[in-house]
Design a protein around this ligand. Sequence first.
Ligand SMILES: NC(=O)c1ccc[n+]([C@@H]2O[C@H](COP(=O)([O-])OP(=O)(O)OC[C@H]3O[C@@H](n4cnc5c(N)ncnc54)[C@H](O)[C@@H]3O)[C@@H](O)[C@H]2O)c1
Length: 328
Amino acid sequence: MATRVALVGAGGIGGYHFDQLRKYIGEHPGTVELVGVADVAEERAAELARRAGCAAYTSHVEMYEREKPQAIFVGIPPFAHNDQETAAAERGIHIFVQKPPAVTLAKAREIEAVIARSGVISAVGFQDRYLDVVDEARQALAGKRVGLAMGYWMGGMPGVPWWRVRAQSGGQAVEQTIHIFDTARYLFGEAETVTGAATAGLMTEVPNYDVDDASAMTIHFANGVLCTIFSACYLRGAPGKAGLDVYGQDLRVEYSLRSRVRISRRGETREVEHRNDNDLDCVRTFLEAVQSGDRSAIRSPYADAVKSLELPLAGHASVDSGRVVQLG
Ligand SMILES: NC(=O)c1ccc[n+]([C@@H]2O[C@H](COP(=O)([O-])OP(=O)(O)OC[C@H]3O[C@@H](n4cnc5c(N)ncnc54)[C@H](O)[C@@H]3O)[C@@H](O)[C@H]2O)c1
């Protein structure tokens, strides 16, 4: 029997969830049925539901009650996470949710606790964990002592209106650079402290803008790695750059976001281009876990993603207090 799947959020990433599901159904006909789309914006729900050939709702709870989905894909702005996940978990509905899992740690931990109690399967849209080139970086670094790493997401400001408001998006470190924080955790393990600095003043003419233009957050990992992650959202025309450079004693690993990894050792350099469809692999892993009941292949369950959210939020707390923030 086909797994009944519904979408919560029909904006940019809602369309992406639909496209990934269509790809999956194309590969595995009859295994997944799209049964509903919910969005607080009625016309957005209606438009995506029309494309998907299913029912549209403005209330996710009504959709859960009527359509009885077995799994949902949640793609809503960070501040909008309220009971979309908890109401699903309480009904035994499995949850795929976009990063960042929330805009505050308190909200993310509240959702995490309900998901844990319910036993439903969860996955967060950290699709970079499924990149072939991130696997290459992990293999190259396995067992190696690393001193320093530098991560960066230097870009412009996304156009959606909620993005420029810190209380709604969390700002660049939380909203986009979180992919780099998550990759750093995937490579180096858990962190002990975070220290942050931030600057603003370049984006004076953008209405309602109260996020930092740029920040630098230094993470001390328990294994000794010192990693500074830079975030910028003020570029306009200047070419952006995102990735993570890692320095061991006899090894340098340079990961360019979603494109390649360059591994240099004692005069020899190997460059590997990204080839796999990691977006689909991320979605496929969740769907197959729902179908089989075996969640062991999911690389970013909800509780793990909350730990990645903790890093940039600790960085902001450090910026605000001027102190080093201890984790755990
Ligand atoms: N994994 C990735 O690489 C990736 C890429 C893009 C976006 N995202 C994430 O997806 C999320 C959404 O981003 P987006 O670009 O789709 O934003 P968007 O503004 O394009 O769409 C958000 C949609 O959510 C709807 N919405 C708001 N509150 C809602 C609620 N309470 N219930 C149901 N729907 C609600 C809005 O009406 C809108 O249609 C963000 O957390 C973003 O970080 C992830």
